[in-house]
Design a protein around this ligand. Structure first.
Ligand code: URA
Length: 215
């Protein structure tokens, strides 16, 4: 049990490959196809950190030389929950690494006036209490959607939740840590601030628009 006074860790994946790819994603001129490919690539580096601590079970196998008990992860013990729609840009890359993972979706959009999340879809696997849940959304901005998604998952029984994003704003991290101090955050960078429209600065713009070409 995490001490509420000490929020779970924020891990910044500062590996040069991640930082280089992120810089290309930030550039205004990067194409939709390039943005999507880079997001998929970075998602795998982020997932490497976010899945740290996934339980391993020893399985009897035979190498060319002898038998041994070797560690394996149980993919179905992992649930990836995408906050629609931009979260989907992180999903496929992680599923390549853990093909057996279960997948849930939370549909939330930001009311442009209040910046508060409005729920329109919620579908997650059952028995969440027995699984590690990684919530994915590229942008941790105000934190309102992320907090709302984690609220819903906890109400469904999830107890072991992690949050994975590409970029975070200090405001979003603070909000998440206040609401859910037990949820570790994995991100590629923490940017400077949010602007009046709730966009991360310097950021990369609207992640959904950039990955799907809707602008
Ligand atoms: N969502 C985005 O897509 N970009 C931001 O900068 C903030 C929220």
């Amino acid at each position: 049990m995490t001490d509420p006074a000490t929020p779970a860790a924020v891990t910044i994946v500062d590996h040069p490959l991640v930082q280089h790819k992120l810089t290309i994603m930030r550039k205004r001129e990067t194409s939709t196809a390039g943005f999507r490919r880079l997001l998929r690539e970075i998602s795998q580096f982020l997932a490497y950190e976010a899945t740290r601590g996934l339980p391993l079970t020893l399985t009897r196998i035979e190498t060319p030389l002898c038998e041994m008990d070797a560690p394996m992860i149980e993919g179905k013990k992992l649930v990836l929950v995408s906050i629609l729609r931009a979260g989907n840009g992180l999903l496929d890359g992680i599923l390549e690494l853990v093909p057996g993972a279960r997948v849930g979706f939370v549909g939330l959009y930001r009311d442009p006036e209040t910046l508060k999340p409005v729920q329109y879809y919620y579908k997650v696997p059952d028995e969440l209490e027995d699984r590690m849940v990684i919530v994915v959304d590229p942008m941790l901005a105000t934190g309102n959607s992320s907090v709302a998604a984690v609220d819903l998952l906890k109400a469904s029984g999830a107890r072991n939740i992690r949050f994975m994003c590409l970029l975070a704003a200090p405001e979003g991290i603070k909000r998440m840590q206040e609401a859910h101090p037990d949820v570790p955050i994995v991100t590629a960078a923490v940017d400077d601030h949010l602007n009046d429209h709730g966009y991360i600065v310097p950021g990369l713009g609207d992640a959904g628009d950039r990955m799907f070409g809707t602008k």
